[in-house]
Ligand binder design. Structure first.
Ligand code: MIG
Length: 688
């Protein structure tokens, strides 16, 4: 059951798709305090309560013990004590003495103190008391999540090739560099489905332009890559360069499609191209215009994009920068002591992503000027929505890959996300593991972190362990920042080990795709914490470094340097696969409980639940080349088990569950039946 409570006059975020009537009684569960215009909502936590959710954030699957702030933020060096990352995801579930879900639909900045100030108090404080709060009750955590997901609508579906392995770098500078990357993968039989174009493909960082010196025949090159089953995925940035004669700039100025200063002039910020304007993606007309601009690249054969810097990130605002320049002079010739030195440094360090700068510009929403900071968290969402809405018109029968750096609940209908700039740190591998189920709760299913780490130099073992987890991530993309060590997997000594792990991903693509699609179509989660699946098991809620992957599998990634194994908790008897590659694994039946399990650097661990099946195919160089008609099914001997395999053409927008499901059943005696959409040739491997 979902109930809606309204405070003040909230800005309509379009996060929800099911309209609910506001209740007239007071908000349940929370104590409401209004003091000096500040609304504070408090819930008394029981010692046993867990809090799940908040999507893209630092810390655990259980979010207790820290204070989080929803304020979309570009923070490439985020650490455990950060409060905000790139997104704003205000949905969580309290599970314990009383269980309920809370979705705070609020476009402004809000803090969630999950037992930070006081261990047993959950406190929410919005910047202003204009918000909608949805309280969701259900039979279980999963039931609450599913109701929330129906409230906010069906998740985005990428083309099937986007479930392949993807290679990125800031930047592959020209055609030849990309040709070499593809050749190295193909020659080493490392599967690959796409290569990314970072900001340097553009002419001086201008959206919807091509650098013709480095990409002289862009369209031809896109085709040439497609012939090798590789798709190019260009970046689109939130800032539009200010430059006379540049079409996007001129159109935007002429039609008032950019964010404005209080005096009605176009707001100027600095990002990659230097001075830019921000497209006013909250203005429906401007959104339509910006979205349609992607046609420039669609027409050149492009089928996927990533939207960057859309918190929006700013290096500086022109106004603030001028003030700093004026003040800097005052420091010249002075003896800089501790205080003055810090002031001096602070002026420069205070330039990027400054809170005050977000109060300088305005959106035109149906004729009303709305100050940016009040709707800050909606920018990335609406940039991606711009593209998503345009694709529905421009490519009604075709799926386009789209994912964004910044997001808000509701954006999950138009695209996925990557987890922003991370570091080549073991801690960020672990963080990405914990973030996945929280993101899934929001409906954001197409997700992944930059494998190997974006900033700083990675190591061969970190890359290997990260890939072994990323095998299960819908978005499996290796990406690194400018100036860091080369980290395409063929750069390392044990290329063959990497090849086999990536091949394992391709062997799993039918299962991963099937589970992804079922999660979308049934408002379910693809990655789940163990406690969501085994609510009766009191130990399951303690496990934060293993995840359920779809209905059949559990993964237990290794995220510690030099570890040659790890402790694993099995909530029930399971079949353990220790995998080096698709044809190179061992199977072992293991009883429930705690185990220490060995896994050499080249080996990853996955676990199959009883009563379930694992479907594998032969790997190939690309997703398109997979033969999905011949499958191998792994299960338990002497147990009846079945699996519903979803499959479709992977390109069109027909996702009918009934038409696309094939049910594979293995009987107690080992005999197999196949019923439904696909004709499959099934080979079984049943463990004693
Ligand atoms: O911070 O376009 O998160 O993936 O490579 C620099 C350059 C701007 C940030 C993105 C990153 C991308 C980079 N961009």
């Amino acid at each position: 059951m979902i109930r809606k409570y309204t405070y003040g006059s909230p800005f309509q975020t379009d996060a929800v798709v099911q309209q609910k009537k506001t209740e007239h009684d007071t908000l349940p569960y929370f104590e409401e305090i209004k003091e000096d215009g500040q609304l504070t909502l408090k819930y008394q936590l029981d010692q046993e309560d867990a809090v799940y959710g908040l999507g893209e954030n630092v810390r655990g699957i259980n979010k207790r013990g820290w204070i989080y702030e929803s304020r979309c933020m570009d923070d490439p060096v985020h650490v455990e004590t950060s409060h905000s990352l790139y997104a704003s995801h205000n949905f969580f579930v309290v599970s314990g003495r009383q269980s309920f879900g809370v979705f705070v639909d609020y476009a402004g900045i809000i803090s969630f103190d999950m037992g930070y100030t006081h261990l047993d108090e959950l406190v929410m404080k919005p910047q202003e008391a204009d918000l909608d709060i949805y309280i969701i009750e259900g039979d279980s955590i999963l039931d609450i999540v599913r109701q929330f997901r129906q409230l906010v609508g069906q998740s985005y579906i990428p083309p099937k090739w986007a479930f392949g392995y993807q290679q990125c770098r800031w930047s592959y500078m020209d055609e030849d560099e990309i040709r070499a990357v593809v050749k190295n993968h193909r020659e080493n039989q490392i599967p690959l489905d796409s290569v990314y174009l970072d900001i340097d493909y553009m002419e001086r960082y201008k959206d919807f332009s091509i650098n013709e010196e480095t990409f002289p025949d862009f369209e031809g090159f896109v085709q040439e890559m497609k012939e090798q089953h590789v798709r190019l995925v260009p970046i689109i940035d939130a800032g539009v360069k200010i430059e006379e004669g540049y079409e996007t700039y001129e159109e935007g100025v002429k039609n008032h499609y950019f964010c404005k200063n209080a005096d009605g002039t176009d707001f100027v910020a600095g990002v990659w191209p230097g001075r830019v304007h921000f497209p006013d993606v909250l203005n429906p007309k401007a959104r339509d215009w910006f979205g349609k601009s992607y046609k420039f690249l669609l027409d050149k054969g492009i089928e996927g994009f990533w939207n960057d810097m859309n918190e929006p990130a700013l290096f500086y605002s022109e106004e603030h920068l001028q003030q700093v320049f004026e003040k800097l002079g005052e420091f010249q010739g002075r003896n800089l002591d501790l205080d003055t030195y810090n002031q001096f440094l602070g002026m420069i360090h205070g330039l990027p992503n400054n809170r005050e700068d977000y109060k300088l510009f305005f959106h035109n929403i149906n004729g009303k000027m709305v100050r940016h900071d009040k709707v800050h968290n909606l920018f990335g969402y609406n940039m991606t929505r711009a593209a998503g809405e345009a694709f529905e018109e421009l490519e009604p029968d075709k799926r386009i890959l789209m994912f964004s750096r910044s997001s808000y609940v509701g954006m999950h209908r138009y695209g996925g996300i990557w987890m922003g700039d991370n570091k080549a740190w073991w801690g960020h591998l672990l963080m990405s593991i914990k973030m996945q189920p929280s993101l899934n709760m929001m409906g954001i299913l197409y997700t992944g972190a930059d494998i190997g780490g974006f900033g700083d130099d990675t190591t061969e073992d970190l890359m290997m362990r990260w890939l072994q987890f990323a095998v299960f991530n819908p978005l499996m993309r290796n990406h690194a920042a400018m100036g860091t060590r080369d980290q395409e997997v063929y750069r390392f000594d044990h290329t063959e080990d990497f090849r086999k792990i990536i091949q394992m991903r391709y062997a799993l693509v039918p299962y991963i795709y099937s589970e992804y699609m079922k999660a979308v179509l049934k408002s379910d989660m693809y990655f789940k914490p163990l406690s969501f699946v085994y609510p009766e098991d009191s130990h399951a809620s303690q496990v934060e470094d293993q995840l359920m992957v779809g209905e059949s599998l559990m993964c237990a990634p290794i995220y510690t340097q030099n570890a040659t194994g790890r402790y694993v908790y099995l909530p029930e008897e399971m079949l353990m696969l220790r995998v080096r590659g698709p044809e190179d694994y061992t199977c072992e039946r293991m009883c429930s409980g705690h185990h220490y399990v060995d896994a050499k650097l080249s080996e990853m661990l996955l676990f199959l639940r009883p009563g379930h099946l694992l479907v594998l195919v032969q790997p190939a160089d690309s997703v398109e080349q997979l033969d999905t008609t011949k499958v191998k099914v792994i299960g338990f001997k002497g147990q009846r088990a079945s699996y519903e395999l979803y499959d479709d053409d992977g390109f069109s927008r027909n996702y009918d569950l009934d038409q696309n499901v094939t049910k594979i059943t293995v009987e107690e005696d080992g005999s197999v039946t196949v019923a439904g959409a696909a004709k499959l040739c099934v080979e079984t491997e049943l463990a004693e």
